[in-house]
Design a protein around this ligand. Structure first.
Ligand code: C2E
Ligand code: MG
Ligand code: MG
Length: 730
C-alpha cells in the first residue's frame, strides 16, 4: 500500500477492498498563467484520493477566466491560485472576488507565488480566509499533499456546518409546505424533493413506498429520476433487491436504517405508513443523522395531519353511498371559470321514486350504486363523475367525452344489480356548454335543460339553448308579476255554472282563476299556474282562491238552493302540503259555509302521494261533507287504479271526450266512463259542452250534470249574478 504522509491519502489504484466508489470527487480549480504549472500539478495529484475521493481539476490561465469558471455550476472545494498573473495582484483580486462578490466562504484557497516579493499582507491572509500561502519552490509534492488535505478537510467541515444550517431551514420549509395538504401523492413526492435538498443528493435516487389503504400491500407511491418507471409497482415486484428489501424492512420493523443504506420510516394514522429509500454514496455523518431525525419526526406529524385532513375531506366531498364525488366536489370543480371545451351534464334517473316506493330502499340503493359504477367506468378519468342528489348524477368533462350519445349509450344495456338481477333503466339528461359564464350559472343552465328534457323528452339528453334561457327568464319575470298581482289583488275568480241536464237548472259553479294584468289583459291559468306551482307561490294563491270562493258562496246564500255547490280546483302541490286539511277546514269555519256546499276538483296527479296519507286526507275531507270530483277524468293512463285509491264522489269527464260525436271513439270513451261511474255509484259531470248535440248525447249516456259554453262561459262575479237571475227564475 502506497500511503503518503498519513492514512487519509491513498493511491487510487490501491487494491484495497474498501476502495471507495469513484463517483464523488473534490473539485479543484487551478489558476496560473503558466501552463507548465498546470501540467505539473495535475501530474502530481492526479491519482491521489483525499478523504475518500479523487480530485477533478478545472484550469484557468487568468483571474478573469477563473472568475468566469467560478460563476458556473461546479462547487469547488479548493482553488490553488497564482498571485501574479495578468497583473501583479490579479490573484489577490480573485480572492477578493470569491469572498466579497461570490460570498463563497467554503471554498478553500491556497495562494502560490513565484516571486516572494509579491507576498500579501498578513491582514489580507486573515481577512480573506486564505488557507495557505506558499512560494512555488516551497510547494514540493509532499507539502502540496499536506496543504491540499488540510484544505479539503476544512472545506468538508465548513460544508457540513452550512448543510446543517440550511438543513434546518429545509426542515422548517418542508414542514410548512407539506403541512399544506394537497393529497397523499403530492405529499410523497414533496417528501422526496425535500429529502434531496436536505442531504444534498441527486433527485434521481429516491423511492417512496406506502401501504395501500385498500389492499394493505405496500406499493411505490412516488419515485424520481431513474426510478420513475417503478411508480405504482407493488413493493415485492421492485427489480432492485437492495431498494426492495430495505423498504420492506423499514415498513416491517417500523424504523429507519441510517447506515450505508438509507431508508426512512414515517408512521401515519390507522396503520398507514410511508417508507423512503435514498441512494447515498457514503454513510451519513453525525450532523446529517441529527438533521434526518428531526426531519423524520416533523414529517411523521405532517403525514398524520394530512391523513386526518384527507379523511375530513372525504366526508365533505364524497358521496357515502356510491363513493363518487358529491355536489360540493362538482361545485368546487366549477368554481374556476369553466373551460370552454368542457360540457356539464346532469343525468336524472327516470322513475326512481317508483323503484324506491314499489321495491324497497335497499333495492333503490343498489340501483344507484350500479349506475354510479357504470358511469365511472365508462367515462375516462378526465371527466368528473359525481352524484349530486338522490337520483341525479353530474358529468363534467371534455366535449369529446360528455355528449348526448355517450350518455344515452350508458343506458342501452340493462344494469346488473346485487343478487344477479338485471334491470333496464333510463335517464333524462340536461347538458350545457360554458360560454363565459360562471360555474354556478353553468349548473343552472344544465338544470334548465334537464327540466326541459323532463317535460319534452323523457329518457333523452338535451342541450341547453338560449331560447330556453329566454323562456326561463320570462318565467322569472312572470313569477315576479304574479306575486305582485296576488298582493295587489289583480287576481280574480270567474264562475262557470254547472247545469243539471235533465231540467237545465244551475246546481253549482266552478271557480276559475283569472289574472288581469295592469293593461287590462287576462292571462289564462294554464299559463301562470304551472309557474306558480314550481315556485311555491301556488300555496298562497290556492288559499286565496278557497277563501274567495267560499265567501262568494256565502254571499249567494239567499239566491240559490242549499245544495248549490261551489267547485274549487286544488293543485297537487297544495294538496300535498301536510297541513292542507287543517287549513281547508279552518277557512271553511271562518267563512261559515257548510261542507256539502263545497266541492274540490282534484286531478289524478294527487295520487302520487303515499297511499295511506292520501287516504286519510280524503277521509277527513269527505267526513265534513265536502265532495271530491276527479277533474279531467279519462286523460290519465292509470285512471282505474286511481279511482280505487281516491274513491271520489264525482267524475268530471274531460272535455276531449265530450267534444266528439256519436260516431267516434272519444265519444264512446265518455259513454264507457259514465257506465263505469254508474256501476261504482259515482256522480258524473261532462265538461266542455258546446253544442246541443253534445248535451243530448251526454244526457242520453246517463250523465247528470254538464258545464260548457253552451250554457255559459266563465263569468265575472257581477255577470254571473245576472246570468243566475235570468236562469234561476229568480
Ligand atoms: P279545468 O278545471 O278543467 O277547467 C275547465 C276549463 O275548461 C276552464 O279553462 C274553462 O274555461 C274551460 N271550458 C269550460 N267550458 C268550455 C267549453 O265549452 N269549451 C272549451 N273549449 N273550454 C271550456 P280555464 O279557465 O282556462 O282553466 C284551465 C285550467 O286551469 C282548469 O282546467 C284548471 O285545471 C286550472 N285552474 C283554473 N283555475 C284554477 C284554480 O283556482 N286553482 C287551480 N289549482 N287550478 C285552476
Ligand atoms: Mg276544474
Ligand atoms: Mg277539467
Amino acid at each position: 500500500m502506497a500511503t503518503v504522509q498519513d492514512d487519509i491519502i491513498y493511491f487510487a489504484d490501491d487494491p484495497e477492498p474498501s476502495a471507495p466508489e469513484q463517483t464523488a470527487v473534490w473539485h479543484v480549480l487551478l489558476v496560473d498563467d503558466d501552463p507548465d504549472v498546470h501540467q505539473a500539478t495535475t501530474l502530481t495529484l492526479r491519482n491521489l484520493v483525499f478523504e475518500g475521493r479523487r480530485l477533478a481539476f478545472s484550469h484557468a490561465l487568468s483571474s478573469a477566466e477563473a472568475q468566469q469558471i467560478l460563476r458556473g455550476d461546479i462547487r469547488f472545494a479548493v482553488a490553488i491560485v497564482d498571485v501574479v498573473m495578468e497583473s501583479g495582484t490579479a490573484g489577490l483580486e480573485l480572492v477578493r472576488y470569491i469572498r466579497e462578490q461570490l460570498r463563497d466562504t467554503a471554498l478553500r484557497i491556497i495562494l502560490r507565488t513565484g516571486q516572494p516579493g509579491y507576498a500579501p499582507e498578513m491582514s489580507t491572509i486573515q481577512n480573506y480566509d486564505i488557507n495557505d500561502y506558499r512560494t512555488k519552490s516551497e510547494l514540493n509534492q509532499t507539502r502540496l499533499f499536506t496543504s491540499l488535505t488540510m484544505a479539503i478537510r476544512s472545506h468538508a467541515q465548513i460544508r457540513q456546518l452550512e448543510l446543517g444550517r440550511s438543513g434546518l431551514e429545509i426542515i422548517l420549509e418542508s414542514t410548512r409546505r407539506l403541512g399544506r395538504p394537497e393529497g397523499l401523492n403530492q405529499f410523497a413526492s414533496g417528501l422526496l424533493t425535500q429529502l434531496c435538498a436536505l442531504l444534498g443528493v441527486d433527485c434521481d435516487s429516491l423511492v417512496c413506498a406506502a401501504v395501500h389503504p385498500d389492499t394493505r400491500q405496500p406499493y411505490v407511491m412516488a419515485a424520481a429520476g431513474r426510478y420513475r418507471d417503478w411508480l405504482g409497482l407493488p413493493l415485492e415486484k421492485l427489480p432492485n433487491e437492495t431498494v426492495r428489501t430495505s423498504l420492506q424492512e423499514s415498513l416491517k420493523q417500523r424504523e429507519h436504517r441510517l447506515d450505508s443504506i438509507l431508508s426512512l420510516y414515517f408512521a401515519g394514522v390507522d396503520n398507514q405508513a410511508l417508507a423512503a429509500y435514498v441512494n447515498i454514496e457514503q454513510p451519513l455523518d453525525s450532523i446529517q443523522r441529527g438533521l434526518l431525525e428531526v426531519f423524520c419526526s416533523n414529517m411523521s406529524v405532517a403525514f398524520e395531519n394530512l391523513q386526518l385532513y384527507l379523511d375530513i375531506e372525504t366526508l365533505a366531498y364524497q358521496d357515502a353511498l356510491v363513493g363518487l364525488p358529491n355536489r360540493n366536489a362538482l361545485l368546487l370543480a366549477l368554481s374556476h371559470r369553466p373551460d370552454s371545451d368542457k360540457v356539464l351534464a346532469l343525468v336524472d334517473l327516470d322513475n326512481f321514486a317508483d323503484i324506491n316506493n314499489i321495491l324497497d330502499e335497499n333495492f333503490g340503493d343498489s340501483v344507484l350504486k350500479a349506475v354510479a359504477a357504470r358511469l365511472r367506468a365508462c367515462f375516462p378519468s378526465d371527466t368528473l363523475v359525481a352524484r349530486l342528489a338522490s337520483n341525479l348524477y353530474g358529468l363534467y368533462g371534455p366535449a369529446s367525452q360528455v355528449s348526448p350519445d355517450s350518455i344515452e349509450a350508458q343506458f342501452a344495456e340493462p344494469f346488473a344489480l346485487e343478487g344477479d338481477q338485471m334491470l333496464r333503466l333510463s335517464a333524462t339528461t340536461g347538458l350545457a356548454r360554458p360560454t363565459g359564464q360562471s360555474g354556478p350559472e353553468l349548473l343552472k343552465n344544465a338544470g334548465a335543460a334537464l327540466k326541459q328534457a323532463k317535460r319534452q323528452a323523457r329518457g333523452k339528453a338535451l342541450f341547453f339553448s338560449t331560447e330556453q334561457s329566454h323562456a326561463a327568464r320570462n318565467r322569472v319575470h312572470t313569477l315576479q308579476m304574479l306575486r305582485r298581482a296576488l298582493s295587489e289583488q289583480h287576481l280574480q275568480l270567474h264562475y262557470q255554472p254547472f247545469i243539471r241536464l235533465k231540467d237545465r237548472r244551475p246546481v253549482g259553479a266552478e271557480c276559475l282563476l283569472r289574472w288581469r294584468t295592469p293593461d287590462g289583459q287576462f292571462i289564462a291559468p294554464d299559463v301562470f299556474i304551472p309557474i306558480a306551482e314550481q315556485s311555491g307561490l301556488m300555496l298562497a294563491i290556492g288559499e286565496w282562491v278557497l277563501r274567495t270562493a267560499l265567501n262568494w258562496r256565502a254571499s249567494l246564500q239567499d239566491r240559490v238552493s242549499d245544495c248549490f255547490r261551489v267547485a274549487v280546483n286544488v293543485s297537487q302541490v297544495q294538496f300535498a302540503e301536510p297541513d292542507f286539511v287543517e287549513r281547508l277546514l279552518c277557512i271553511l269555519q271562518e267563512t261559515g259555509v257548510p261542507g256539502h256546499q263545497l266541492e274540490l276538483e282534484l286531478t289524478e296527479s294527487v295520487a302520487i302521494e303515499n297511499f295511506d296519507r292520501l287516504k286519510s286526507k280524503l277521509e277527513q275531507i269527505q267526513a265534513r261533507g265536502i265532495e271530491i270530483a276527479m277533474d279531467d277524468f279519462g286523460t290519465g293512463y292509470s285512471s282505474l287504479s286511481v279511482l280505487q285509491q281516491l274513491s271520489p264522489n264525482r267524475l268530471k269527464i274531460d272535455r276531449s271526450f265530450v267534444s266528439g260525436d256519436e260516431h267516434n271513439d272519444s265519444f264512446a270513451m265518455a259513454e264507457t266512463i259514465i257506465a263505469m261511474a254508474r256501476y261504482l255509484e259515482l256522480k258524473t259531470i261532462a265538461e266542455g259542452i258546446e253544442t246541443e248535440e253534445q248535451c243530448a248525447a251526454m244526457q242520453a249516456a246517463g250523465c247528470q250534470d254538464g258545464q260548457g259554453y253552451l250554457f255559459s262561459r266563465p263569468l265575472p262575479e257581477a255577470d254571473f249574478l245576472k246570468w243566475l237571475t235570468a236562469h234561476n227564475g229568480g
